[in-house]
Design a protein around this ligand. Sequence first.
Ligand code: RIB
Length: 316
Amino acid sequence: MGHKRPTITVIGSSNMDLVVRSKRIPAVGETILGGDFLMVPGGKGANQAVAAAKLGAQVYFVARLGDDIFAEHSLVNFRKEGVDTRYVLQTPGVPSGIALIMVDEKGNNSIVVAPGANRRLSEKDVEAARADIARSGAVVCQLEVPLETVAFAAKIADEVDVPFILDPAPACRLGTDLLRLVDILKPNETEASILTGVKVQDEASAYRACEKLLKGGVRTVILTMGSKGYLLADQEGMEFVPGVKVRAVDSTAAGDAFTGSLAVGLAQGKSIAQAAWYANYAAALSVTKMGAQPSMPTAKQVDEFVAGRKCKGKRR
Ligand code: RIB
């Protein structure tokens, strides 16, 4: 970390993850016996906030929880992880977000989310954080909260001239009005396919999808491809960076580890390429542990991991 503590604002979802591990993901209509049940704090927004806080950043999290036991559990966890919760609100009479997650023996997962209070996150909630957004080195959003709220956050980030990072998950088609306000778009293969109509399955199709997104007005695209690596694309060119090989235990929230770390790197003043390179290691490390937030590494863990590995990229 640099001398000055980086500050970021994360606007997004918080869920409680109800996880079962099994040999494989069951087929439709099938019942199988799995391993032990696990309840861990998750949600793409909260995961990214915790990932950044664990790397040492000052993190403002703008979110909505319900008024149930899951909300209390999440709030305790945010405070334990060092996330600033002044903009985490609770909506009476509404359940908190819940995610049902199955993880197979290779670490792959299947997730269904009941958004609950995440659906109530409003433009007004984001407006309340304007002053802290303006002091941030990066603003991060995902798509588990209303699209109008995300668009409003992008508008504020633009007005106060802070880089806006959008992790477009879960994917949906996005209008050019929003895409033009995105400084860094970080889709995975599935999300890039939905956003562009190009079926992303290898390096060549990833290039085509990135070209389309850049033409749509996005300034930089980082298309992550799981263990294969990621493609970094902007108007200057494209660079494919291979993944960091690890023994996968649970890939849940690997993308969130990447996005949270990327935001911290930017807020530290790193170039996008340097920040993405570091995020690639943080994401790989997160895959070696079970659960979303418990798997987010600290800066010390990432630094030691980087020191023990090498990862080369080729510029096009
Ligand atoms: O990205 C992983 C997350 O997706 C999980 O923590 C789950 O809550 C869903 O939001």
